[in-house]
Design a protein around this ligand. Structure first.
Ligand code: ADP
Ligand code: ZN
Ligand code: ZN
Length: 737
């Protein structure tokens, strides 16, 4: 009797929504476990895949199945818990298994690199350490720089480190050092550089916790070794980070690891420094700025448990942990937790799911919790913990609306704001101005005929960048020179509206004696320029700060006493049901930058509509009341979090194709009780980078929506137009219109 061949089912990174069946390799007799990487034939090439499950039979006849070429790991690279999480995520978000499993692995592992591969590491020899660097520098400056780099890294320098310091062309120089026996190259398993030691020498005093902080720490700690979700709602500066630190310390005492997620923009060196000053354990950092081998190293130290604390952005929710004890999500409302392309997922929601599956507590912290999380509190799924006052005795800033219809205005600034700036500067405060629009002016406009410069490839206006004398499209990156005369009527176009560069110009004119720092994506493009400016701000060398969101998240400026919001109206009239939530969060977060230390802060908000109910609830009653009102509105309108949504997007260079595909998808769905399908409709920006975009919105209660999606989505790729458009499904989308 023939025993059935085991079938190995493998996830492979392709757009196809299925696993691929293989036979075990001829030479291997033992079990091939889920989570192990295998090299398999795929089409005419070979590729690396992840074993997801084994089965006794396949839909494909055995004689047509191919064999696995090689098994790359002796033990799973993704452990059982992560495999469970990823399988759940693939189902919930309706994403292809290949994409999902790939997201959890550092690129080098996806490419088949051995998990503990050896790496070249260079270090100086005793004779290298005897060289007089300055003398050498006169003869051979590049050799001298290379040698002093090695001297500065006594534990060894790897390829990434040297390349970053010296640029391309470093190899022959380092080889010369080796030839002269000033340096040696060794092969090591891991590079010490990627795991950060603690920096307890410059230790920070552990403050006496406030009652609120104490209650929060106790509540989470008492949940013990089981799942519980907490929403830590603490006003800005209330000491949330302090609560995290003490919870992490308790976790470390239990010999467990802590996983901390921070928004992309909030994971600043400041936060990591603070962790290192307080926690006497090795720490791994995972963010998008790492090189592939740094990422692999950090990943490995998390997995083997040598990193006791893992801090990272979105994708760190998939970091492997040897002994997880707690998950913390800082600024849980932040939209950067949502992955917007490829495998679309919410790292915040997956963090909660991960904690649930592993039976550990999860803490979501924010001064401005998302309506989703507040709703989960109301439903009894999360426990809310409040920090009501600022730590260390600082008071909350006062907020005031400035009516721009009544104010004298000079270069975008109202008379009241200018007056307040003078006053705060005189009292040696710092001033922070917020405007979420970079460039000089958002519109290049002809007053004679109302022509405005538009991008040729997007339905969007071009932004004027004055210093570069360029129009730039902030959506596709296109650039051109500004038209000197109006192409419609020969009139003279002018810049209209305010960007950060234009405010900078106004300030230089009005406050010539005060140095200013502008922080936005343009001014911080060069590596290190952001850190440099932040340093000058902290030292008080720059007293006026102007910036976009970049400036307002995660940074702590104790000397700022006045915050000016240049244009609150940007967010007031959004068509997306979430735009008011975003504006409220933004205003509270920006305001939170004021008066964090001893001096009371003041917040002035420029607006054309000071009677707007949202602004008024927020300013006179605070975020809590705003959130209550906003939740009532959402419930009445049937929007999330009271229903669930999915968005099917399609785009193409041909305008007619996306709606055709979406109509097919709609017909395929038919009529389903409890599910509403809206569209196809054009996307909010119907054309972007030369592609036409349309969408279908699917709405329903979570359960019915999930079961509908799991029947519908797998059939979409079979539709006639599926191959003629680019399409994607977004479950729980953050941006709707
Ligand atoms: P958040 O994370 O809520 O913005 P932080 O944890 O950064 O707040 O705390 C704000 C400031 O207050 C920090 O300088 C911190 O050192 C200080 N701080 C936090 N907790 C206390 C406390 N219990 N007593 C005194 N100062 C504190
Ligand atoms: Zn004109
Ligand atoms: Zn464009």
């Amino acid at each position: 009797m023939n025993t059935p061949q085991r079938i190995i089912r493998v996830a492979i990174k392709t757009p196809l929504n299925n696993l691929f069946d293989y036979l075990p390799p001829a030479s291997v007799s033992g079990a091939i476990n889920p989570g192990v990487r295998v090299l398999v034939p795929f089409g005419r090439a070979q590729t690396v895949g992840i074993v997801v499950e084994t089965a006794d039979s396949s839909a494909i006849p055995t004689d047509r199945l191919r064999r696995i070429v090689d098994v790359l790991d002796t033990s799973p690279v993704l452990d059982k818990d992560l495999m469970t999480l990823l399988a759940w995520a693939a189902g919930y978000y309706q994403q292809t298994p290949g994409e999902v499993y790939a997201a959890a692995l550092p690129r080098l592992l996806r490419d088949g690199r051995q998990i503990d591969a050896l790496q070249d590491v260079w270090s100086s020899t005793p004779s290298g350490r005897d060289i007089e660097i300055e003398k050498l520098r006169r003869r051979a400056p590049r050799q001298a720089s290379a040698l002093s780099l090695l001297l500065a890294h006594p534990d060894g320098a790897d390829v990434d480190l040297i390349e970053r310091a010296m640029g391309d062309g470093w190899r022959p120089i380092v080889r010369t050092l080796v030839d002269k026996e000033w340096a040696v190259c060794e092969q090591r398993r891991s590079v010490p550089e990627t795991i950060l030691g603690s920096n307890i020498d410059s230790a920070e005093e552990t403050p006496q916790l406030t009652d609120d902080q104490e209650n929060a720490v106790v509540a989470v700690d008492q949940s013990g070794h089981q799942f519980a979700a907490f929403l830590l709602h603490g006003v800005t500066g209330s000491g949330k980070t302090e609560v995290y630190l003490q919870l992490i310390e308790k976790t470390l005492q239990k010999q467990q690891q802590a996983l901390v997620l921070a928004p992309e923009i909030g994971l600043t060196p400041q936060l990591v420094d603070r962790f290192r000053r307080r926690l006497d354990v090795p720490l791994a950092v995972l963010h998008s700025g790492l090189t592939d081998s740094e990422r692999l190293n950090a990943w490995r130290t998390a997995r083997c448990g040598s990193a006791r604390v893992v801090v990272g952005t979105r994708s760190a929710v998939f970091a492997p942990l040897e002994s997880p004890g707690i998950v913390i999500v800082d600024e849980e409302h932040d939209t950067s937790y949502k992955q917007q392309e490829g495998f679309r997922y919410s790292a915040r929601d997956l963090a909660v799911m991960r904690a649930r599956q592993q039976g550990i507590p999860v803490v979501l912290g924010s001064a401005t919790p998302s309506l989703e999380s507040l709703h989960n509190v109301n439903q009894g799924r999360y426990t809310q913990l409040d920090l009501r006052t600022r730590a260390g005795g600082a008071s909350m800033p006062s907020m005031r609306l400035l009516d721009m219809r009544r104010e004298p205005i000079d270069g975008g600034l109202s008379g009241s704001l200018i007056g307040a700036m003078r006053q705060h500067l005189q009292q040696s405060g710092q001033v922070l101005l917020f405007l979420n629009r970079r460039g000089f002016a958002p519109v290049w406009f002809c007053p004679d005929c109302t022509w405005a410069a538009a991008c040729a490839r997007c339905d969007a206006r071009m932004t004027l960048h004055q210093s570069a004398h360029q129009l730039r499209c902030h959506h596709c990156g296109a650039t051109r020179s500004p038209e000197p005369t109006c192409p419609e009527c020969d009139g003279a176009p002018q810049p209209v509206g305010m960007g950060t560069q234009r405010i900078e110009e106004t300030i230089d004119r009005l406050f010539p004696d005060h140095a200013l720092a502008r922080i936005d994506r343009d001014s911080t493009r060069r590596r290190g320029s952001m850190e440099h400016m932040l340093e000058e701000i902290r030292h008080g060398d720059r007293r006026i700060l102007i910036g976009t969101q970049m400036l307002t998240k995660g940074h702590h400026f104790p000397a700022v006493t006045l915050v000016g919001v240049i244009d609150a109206d940007q967010g007031l009239f959004g068509t997306d049901p979430r735009s008011s939530e975003r504006l409220a969060q933004l205003l509270v977060q920006v305001a939170g930058r004021a008066g964090r230390a001893k001096h009371p802060g003041e917040v002035l908000i420029q607006t054309q509509c000071p009677e707007h109910p949202l602004l008024n609830t927020l300013i006179h009653h605070g975020y809590r009341d705003f959130a209550k009102a906003a939740l009532r509105e959402r419930e009445a309108a049937g929007w999330p979090p009271y229903t669930a949504l999915a968005l099917l997007r399609a785009d193409s260079e041909k305008e007619s194709l996306p709606p055709r595909f979406l109509n097919e998808a709609r017909h395929l769905a038919g009529n389903i009780a409890g599910i509403t399908i809206l569209g196809p409709a054009a996307a909010p920006m119907p054309r972007r980078a030369g592609r036409f975009r349309a969408q279908l919105l699917i709405q329903g209660d979570r359960g019915p929506l999930q079961s509908f999606l799991s029947r519908w989505t797998p059939q979409l790729s079979g539709l006639n137009h599926a191959r003629r458009v680019r399409w994607s499904l977004d479950v729980d989308p953050l941006e709707l219109f």
